[in-house]
Ligand binder design. Structure first.
Ligand code: LLP
Length: 445
């Protein structure tokens, strides 16, 4: 059992993290305290070697077609990196699509998701020729049918512009198999009562498949597969196998070439947690497919997000106040909070916190780590432990903040969003610059 007051488990840190002889933490051969000094705080620091290795591991485990779920963390640098390392990219809005295209990711390496894709989003995706569209509703099928039959003139393009690259999109149908996973209710998606996809039990899935097959026969779409995403931060592999069992009877007779199990592989956030490796996830899904009689020729793949980026990133904060509330607790306040990491307030998520100036030090002092926002719920670590000598002005580090932190960041209380830096081999590059005060009024008219 991990000792709650012991040092942070170094296994939670990015792959190249190392503690120097003087106790200071280095990532990507960069001194983390120097990064805070030079780039300011709060700061998201990503270990580029870790990111690249995670992408490669995903491609090795799942093969070509595995897609990085960009909602976990997206900026131009990340989109480029995932593409360079051989992943496709899952984008779930026109905004994510735009960032991926701006990064130069070839459209055919993109998979468009979303339970409420607008006509404009679908038209944008079709006009550039995205690789796949995961169809989520009957309304969307109607929209795709209309758009393909009667492509709109694209804004800014000449009337007689070249025909769009692919007006016959490859589509998959998103199915909710009715499998519930043990994760937070807000990130559970495989159950029948869901805004996502077509329910298997209700017969909606069968109807959707019928319509897509008819559109395929009419040359409007190319119906290539079935997609199911169960939920996120899932530690047990059984639910994925269970979903395959449930889906197999539906999928196999269709004779389609592709099956996607979505994302969801959990990651360890705090000392003592353990998550299955990517390779094991893929092996267990493939084994379930084989048992269920799904032919080896079917491309079985996935869309990991969190497991690619979470542990590659850490957040650096600076301690601003230490307030002892006698009989209750000590509050340590940092210069960020729910605006750069809303996960504790949204899902009650736990994190570790430690001082990068003495990364291996024991942490005997119980504290509550809080942000600078005007809410009691603005908690970063509800029950944290820090070294005895923590003082105002110290840099604190929270590991495993690479997923759903920056991507869900806000400007609440008009706190500018932090910068994002990538470190590798002793060099640091700014991937996203820190927002300025001027940025906060940039959109006001
Ligand atoms: N594919 C689909 C269709 C998804 O909806 C998601 C995540 C993924 C893939 C990637 O799942 P991952 O591998 O990252 O678990 N904000 C929440 C997580 C929401 C996940 C939404 N969908 C959090 O911070 O825990």
């Amino acid at each position: 059992m991990p000792v709650p007051t012991g040092p942070v488990d170094l296994g939670l840190l990015p792959a190249t993290a190392a503690v120097a002889a003087d106790g200071r933490l280095w990532i990507g051969a960069c001194d983390v305290l120097d990064l805070a000094e030079i780039h300011g705080t709060p700061l998201f620091v990503y270990d580029e070697a870790h990111l690249r290795a995670a992408c490669r591991e995903a491609v090795a485990a799942w093969g070509d077609g595995v897609a990085y779920a960009t909602k976990a963390f997206l900026c131009v640098a990340m989109a480029k990196l995932a593409h360079e390392e051989g992943m496709c990219l899952d984008v779930s809005t026109g905004g994510e699509l735009h960032v991926a295209l701006t990064a130069g990711v070839p459209p055919d390496r993109l998979v468009l998701h979303g339970n409420n894709k607008s006509t404009e989003e679908l038209a944008a995706a079709l006009s550039v020729g995205v690789g796949r569209i995961v169809v989520d509703s009957f309304d969307e099928i109607d929209r795709i049918e209309c758009l393909v039959a009667d492509p709109p003139a694209l804004e800014g393009g000449p009337e007689d512009a070249e025909p769009p690259v692919r007006w016959r999109p490859r589509v998959l149908a998103r199915i909710t198999p009715g499998v519930e996973v043990h994760t937070h209710e807000f990130v559970r998606t495989g159950q029948e009562d869901s805004k996502f996809g077509f329910g298997l039990a209700s017969g909606a899935a069968a109807l959707a498949v019928e319509r897509l097959a008819a559109l395929d026969a009419a040359g409007i779409v190319e119906f290539v597969g079935i997609h199911a995403h169960l939920g996120s931060q899932v530690f047990a592999l059984d639910p994925f196998a269970q979903a395959i069992d449930v889906l197999a009877g539906f999928f196999a007779p269709l004779g389609l070439p592709e099956l996607v199990v979505g994302g969801g592989l959990g990651v360890a956030y705090v000392n003592g947690e353990e998550a299955p490796p990517m390779a094991q996830w893929a092996l267990s899904v493939r084994a379930a497919c084989r048992r269920a009689g799904i032919p080896d020729s079917v491309r079985v793949t996935a869309e990991p997000g969190r497991s690619i980026v979470a542990a590659a990133g850490v957040t650096l904060y600076r301690v601003g106040t230490v307030k002892d509330v006698p009989g209750h607790r000590t509050y340590v306040s940092v210069d960020g909070g729910m605006s750069d990491n809303p996960r504790p307030v949204l899902y009650g998520s736990g994190y570790e916190a430690f001082l990068p100036r003495e990364a291996g030090a024991p942490r005997p002092v119980p504290i509550r780590l809080v942000g600078k926002h005007c809410e009691t719920g603005d908690v970063v670590v509800a029950e944290g432990f820090v070294p005895e000598d923590l003082v105002v002005g110290d840099v604190l580090c929270t590991p495993v903040t690479g997923a759903y932190g920056h991507s869900m960041a806000s400007n609440y209380n008009k706190v500018p969003r932090p910068a994002v830096v990538f470190v590798a081999d002793g060099t640091v590059r700014t991937a996203v610059r820190r927002e300025s005060l001027d940025d906060l009024v940039r959109l006001d008219v």
